[in-house]
Design a protein around this ligand. Structure first.
Ligand code: PXG
Ligand code: PLP
Length: 440
């Protein structure tokens, strides 16, 4: 198949991208297969980021492709409110079967951002339904990322994502401090030993607002977008205790950490901490069709569904909630995870990945390396007066050299495929090593 003729690049306003710079030197993918992208010039690139954390099974997995092709020809769409489709029910059943014990209900969205906002709304509605409607405050964490919609942005804690919209952030939101501290945890592998005490900052925020006003705390088990911030040992357990003590719902935003990225079905499983609500997206469909999901415990669903039976319980939903083609992609994805034992597979390459990544210690400008599961971050010292420039140059050089990673400011991020071979992991790391040595 020949590439489509080069379109005018101007009309497409790209997300989270410097549009003018990109369009002067575009990077455009034309096709993909397995662990490789092919660009418009026919050049192959090793995908060291699994799409955008999405595609751990590899691109164009034949079973997911077949399921989508079959579904789109059989039922493309059906009304989502007051009418259901078979695939959405089947997927919900599979998701709860995989979820930590006690999670019995699933609400479908089309993205992680929608999942975050849905989870926050469920938390508010839950307390209100129980006669605890003054619990309206939502607590997030500094450096948190919960997507870009108003709710998720408000509880999020990444400055540039908030700055231009400051006046429109939700009222009644507060943040606990993040857990990142280079002097105390640089180059730790897996969970840092230092930092469990930072969970006490949540207790401080609770005392400030009074627990009776707080609906929920939302955190990523591992902060992804802010640059792979791994929870200190004991930290998540302590957040759980504080939530329990005060009747506050704990929401884990597992948009990145669910479905194998941490070598387990959910981060909750990996860390042995069970939240009340879990948000997911990305790996739910291996990135093939957009879809997100919010999982809740039975008690939350019950509290919200005890009114008159003929009335809508939750005034919330999307035209495309439970979209049949997305649900078919999700079903096939979960089936492949099971057949290929993907989570165990990811777990099996965690140690070699960690060792290779940490071999970058000592390379120019590397000030920290952190990893857990198949999430890796390499932090570079920023160039004076040009924060993010060094990270972006390393990303660009690696891309030119045939390997795709990601840079977020001066933090290089790694998200290899679950079935990466040792050769592929080495190629990713050695390509980045060369780029680091060539980057002033
Ligand atoms: N919550 C979390 C924890 C996420 O990681 C979202 C919500 C939003 O999902 P959507 O599907 O609306 O994008 C995310 C998304 C990166 C990167 O480089 C991370 C995300 C998206 C794009 C880039 O780390 N996470
Ligand atoms: N805006 C308008 C005018 C709509 O009619 C709708 C849905 O009917 C929406 C926004 C929401 O779209 P979605 O359900 O795809 O999120």
């Amino acid at each position: 198949m020949s590439p489509t003729p080069q379109p005018d690049l101007e009309p497409y306003w790209m997300p989270f991208t410097p549009n003018r710079a990109f369009k002067k030197a575009p990077r455009i993918i034309h096709s993909a297969q397995g662990h490789y992208y092919t660009d418009a010039a026919g050049r192959q690139l090793l995908d060291g980021f699994s799409g955008l954390w999405t595609s751990g099974l590899g691109h164009c997995h034949p079973k997911i492709v077949a399921a989508v092709q079959e579904q789109v020809a059989r039922l493309d769409y059906s009304m989502a409110f007051q009418v259901g489709n078979d695939k959405a029910f089947a997927l919900a059943e599979k998701v709860v079967a995989l979820a930590p014990e006690g999670f019995t209900r699933v609400f479908f969205t089309n993205s992680g951002s929608e999942a975050a906002d849905t989870a926050l709304k469920i938390a508010l509605a839950y307390h209100r339904a129980r006669g605890d409607g003054q619990r309206t405050r939502l607590i997030g964490r500094e450096k948190g990322y919960h997507g870009v919609n108003f709710g998720g942005m408000s509880v999020g804690g990444i400055l540039p994502n908030r700055k231009a919209f400051s006046a429109a952030l939700l009222p009644g939101v507060d943040h606990i401090r993040h857990t990142h501290s280079l002097p105390d945890m640089a180059f730790s592998k897996g969970q840092p030993n230092w930092g469990a005490h930072l969970a006490e900052d949540f207790e401080r925020v609770v005392q400030l607002h009074d627990a009776s006003n707080i609906a929920a705390l939302i955190v990523e088990p591992v902060s992804g977008s802010a640059g792979i911030i791994v929870p200190p040992l004991g930290y998540l357990q302590r957040l759980r205790q504080i939530c329990d003590k005060h009747g506050i719902l704990l929401i884990f935003d597992e948009v990145i950490t669910a479905f194998g990225r941490l070598g387990a079905a959910f981060g909750a499983d990996r860390f042995g901490v069970v939240p009340d609500i879990i948000t997911t997206a990305k790996g739910l469909t291996n990135g093939v069709i957009p879809m997100g999901a919010v999982l809740v415990k039975e008690s939350i669903y019950q509290a919200l569904t005890n009114g008159p039976e003929n009335l809508i319980e939750l005034f919330h939903g999307y035209t495309y909630s439970g979209h049949p083609v997305a649900a078919a992609a999700g079903l096939a994805t979960l089936q492949v995870y099971e057949e290929e034992e993907s989570f165990a597979q990811a777990r099996a390459i965690e140690a070699p990945f960690e060792e290779l990544l940490h071999s970058l210690k000592g390379e120019p400008n590397v000030i920290d390396i952190r990893s857990i599961g198949l999430m890796g971050g390499v932090e570079l010292a920023p160039r004076e007066g040009a924060i993010g420039a060094r990270g972006f140059e390393v990303f660009l050089q690696a891309f030119e050299d045939g390997v795709v990673i990601r840079s977020a400011g001066d933090i290089l991020q790694f998200s290899p495929m679950f079935k990466s071979s040792q050769d592929e992991l080495e190629r990713i790391v050695e390509t980045v090593r060369r780029a680091l040595r060539n980057t002033p």
